[in-house]
Design a binder for this molecule. Sequence first.
Ligand code: HEC
Length: 181
Amino acid sequence: MLVGGVVDRLWLTGVVSTASAQEGRATAPPKPMTPAEMQAEIERLKTLVPSYSHPMQDVAINWASLWFAAQKKNWPLARYFYNEARSHIAWTVRINPNDKVNGEIVDLKSIYDAIDTSSLTMVKDAIEKQNSTQFVAAYKTMLESCYSCHKAAGKPMIRPQIPTASILTIVNLDPNATWPD
Ligand code: HEC
């Protein structure tokens, strides 16, 4: 898929003609890898996995933006940020389902699963009901859940709070905005 993307781009920039790009795809079936080559490929792919602080930064931005979207009662946008935050927490856990803290394995996946069916669901409910009061309570409960995972993961210094300023100023939070039309 990656190679196809690169070929497409080369074709778009005129480096590869359409015919040769398609030929390349049709005539070059992947050679079977030897176990050693496969192992080398796995090691290479591992170096491409981002550190999990990267998706967590996305969580931080999306979760903060969710707060401001809900303050403006822009519920479709709130739902969008909620989904992004949730999928990035899940991604963090997929990158590292078991964290090692002081030599002990911490099962982040189980912590996430428990949060997903409790505090996260409460926030989702409030958004679906467009209920601001319920939203504020659920949002705070989720911040406590964020923190419980940080403590379990040996990161008690990362203590979340209700965000004080919107970070994503390029996105208009006003549900009644008229421009761009
Ligand atoms: C399932 C566990 C888990 C949950 C739930 C979780 N986090 Fe995290 N978070 C982590 C871990 C682990 C780190 C440390 C990553 C590292 O060591 O690089 C982290 C790091 C962070 C960081 C610092 C990122 C950086 O710059 O390195 C922020 C900010 C953050 N989390 C915010 C949140 C917020 C907000 C929530 C809730 C909406 C949340 N987290 C929920 C596990 C979790």
